[in-house]
Design a protein around this ligand. Structure first.
Ligand code: SF4
Ligand code: SF4
Length: 619
């Protein structure tokens, strides 16, 4: 398997020559996949299994049918995604509280956002000190996420018309902890075997995951590090300069990375690196931790973003990284082996442990500066050794990008409110808007091929794309989030982009940004006085990979959005479940799943869905 990015293929060759196995090779080694697992009709939940649905056995030993088995397997994936988002949300809230109490190096950077959020949650702000408000918001968030009562955050943020639909379907959620308990307990052996009931429980959990946990995460990131604004940044492996002490940050949480940037901005730290023989010290962004940072920080200390999760081993193989600090999910289990290239792998979250790596720190807001300082010292020491041991090899390619299109930034770029966007949609200059929220996977094509192809096809059809997750990095590295990409758009979208000075693909953020995007969609729906399913919008996950992506898709369907997914999820073993997700659910929520593995055909289907909505709206 290959990548569509030349720099990744270049590094793959180096790794192969060095006799080291990497993700592109391991994909090829897994050449025969279980057909039952592919269709979701295998189960090993209890000692009577593993069971499979076959023409001779229409149910498992316990009696569960194909539909029950398929949806139960899917629900288990969703639970893991919800847990990861919720873990991150609690960490963010603890960090906000500790910051307000003066226990971190961070500050309340976006006070307006904090006050906005407090007011949304019904927390009084008049006459209160900003730190007092921050503590109240953090405590409110932790209480609400842990609550066994209906989620107040969801009630505060969900569109009114959606709440009516969800009340009717009985999917207005409790706090996310409670929804996890309900879904987990329901999806054990011999509990809930009704596929419709389990699907509804998954939607409840999806709603509170995205509008609850995710909104808490990203709002707090904005409060602490500033709401993203459009600015230039750089991506691809060529951003690494081996003459610097380089600390790369990988994962999803930006806290350690932000503390590193703050320290590295000090003259004395740069001097320390120079004394070791380096040009200075830089922070390198990798996957979503890097994306969080490049969306918010404009500083030379942050070199940019290397790419998405498939690039990790190739980043290390450059022999130009001193410390690779890893938090939360999407850290490859093989990284210890890559220490051959002179890098030190250091977990900075208690969630991450790797075979062969002894050293690690457990992030707590109160110790983040200490962790960052230790990483800097390790990196400076490492630089001296690395320079003697390893001949670095860094591909040259660097791509400039415009990063930082938060909701506020998009509305500002569009003239301060949703009117300009809405008018452009109404008159057809922008046919519709598609949220591309995706991982990256090798499952159905070379690395990032599907993501890039579908985005190219969408913008060609005058459809504006907002990108998030590893899919965002794919499009950044491919040049689609830059102004030069305007030429690739359809004529009418080109005109809009030129007039506003924006690329046809707006780099919106990370895979954690689905909730925030939902709020942008809500603002547009409220402005027009319509419900979400009526809007000419859609979502696509052209290369979904892991469990966070599946819960995002379930939320999108509950939110009323037509959502394209590829590769085909493991549900095809049950025609009933396929029908539920691709047809029947539309009558209930207005959203549905579109499955299509060919990116051009998928873009056509999405365009058709958008045109259908436009016709219904009479525009
Ligand atoms: S839970 Fe049912 S289907 Fe699953 S392994 Fe046990 S008996 Fe088989
Ligand atoms: S988009 Fe998916 S693969 Fe990429 S970092 Fe997020 S969870 Fe991991």
């Amino acid at each position: 398997m290959e990548s569509i990015h030349p720099s990744v293929n270049e590094m793959h060759e180096r790794v192969k020559e060095d006799g080291i196995n990497s993700v592109l090779d391991r994909f090829d080694e897994q050449n025969s996949r279980c057909k039952f697992c592919e269709q979701g009709i295998s189960c090993q939940l209890c000692s009577m299994g593993p069971c499979r649905i076959t023409s001779n056995a229409q149910s498992g030993v316990c009696g569960i049918d194909a539909a029950g088995m398929v949806i139960r397997n899917l629900v288990h994936l969703n639970m893991l995604g919800t847990e990861a988002y919720t873990y991150h949300a609690i960490e963010a809230a603890k960090t906000l509280k500790a910051t307000a109490e003066g226990k971190t190096p961070f500050e309340i950077k976006d006070k307006k956002k904090l006050i906005w959020f407090a007011e949304q949650l019904g927390i009084g702000t008049k006459g209160k000190d900003i730190k007092e408000i921050a503590v109240e918001v953090a405590e409110f968030a932790i209480r609400d996420l842990s609550s066994h009562e209906p989620s107040k955050i969801v009630k505060a943020l969900a569109p009114e018309k959606r709440k009516e639909v969800w009340e009717e379907l009985d999917i207005m959620p409790d706090g996310v902890f409670q929804e996890l308990l309900t879904v987990g307990s329901s999806s054990m052996t011999n509990v809930d075997s009704d596929y419709v009931s389990l699907a509804k429980k998954a939607m409840r959990m999806g709603i509170v995951t995205c509008l609850g946990a995710q909104v808490v995460i990203e709002t707090i990131h904005d409060i602490l590090f500033g709401t993203p604004k459009p600015h230039d940044s750089y991506v691809d492996l060529g951003i690494i300069d081996s003459d610097y002490v380089n600390i790369a940050v990988n994962g999803h949480e930006p806290f350690v990375g932000a503390a590193l940037i703050k320290l590295a901005e000090k003259e004395e730290i740069q001097e320390k690196a120079k004394k070791a023989g380096a040009k200075g010290l830089r922070i390198i962004g990798s996957i979503e931790t890097g994306q969080e940072l490049i969306q918010r920080f404009e500083t030379e200390i942050l070199a940019g973003l290397t790419g998405n999760w498939i690039t990790q081993e190739y980043v290390l193989a450059t022999g130009a990284i001193d410390v690779f600090a890893v938090d939360m999910n999407c850290t490859l289990p093989t990284l210890a082996e890559y220490q051959k290239y002179g890098v030190k792998i250091v977990p900075v979250s208690k969630l991450v442990r790797l075979k062969g790596i002894e050293e690690g720190f457990d992030y707590q807001p109160e110790n983040v500066e200490e962790i960052a300082m230790k990483l800097i010292d390790m990196a400076v020491e490492n630089f001296k050794e690395r320079r003697q041991k390893i001949e670095p090899y860094v591909p040259e390619r660097v791509q400039s990008v415009t990063a930082g299109f938060s909701t506020e930034a998009i509305l500002e770029a569009l003239g301060g409110g949703p009117e300009v966007l809405i008018n452009a949609i109404k008159n057809g200059d922008i046919k519709g808007v598609v949220a591309l929220v995706s991982c990256t996977t090798l499952r159905n094509s070379p690395h990032d091929y599907h993501t890039v192809r579908i985005a190219e096809e969408l913008i060609k059809r005058d459809i504006l794309v907002l990108s998030m997750g590893c899919g965002n990095a794919a499009l950044q590295v491919a040049g689609l989030t830059s102004l030069e990409a305007i030429d690739m758009a359809g004529e009418r979208l080109q005109e809009v982009c030129r007039a506003l000075g924006i690329p046809p693909v707006l780099s919106f953020g990370t895979c954690t940004d689905t909730g925030r995007l939902a709020l942008l969609v809500k603002a547009i729906a409220d402005y027009l006085g319509v419900d979400i399913p009526q809007l000419p919008i859609a979502a696509t996950a052209p290369e979904y990979m892991e469990q966070k992506a599946t819960i995002d898709a379930i939320f999108a369907v509950a939110y009323g959005v037509t959502t394209h997914v590829s590769p085909i999820p493991p549900v095809t073993g049950s025609p009933e479940v396929v029908k539920l997700l691709t047809e029947d659910v539309e009558k209930l929520t207005g959203g549905k799943i579109l499955v299509e593995e060919d990116p051009v055909k998928a873009a056509e289907l999405i365009e058709d869905a958008i045109i259908e909505k436009r016709v219904a709206l009479g525009i």
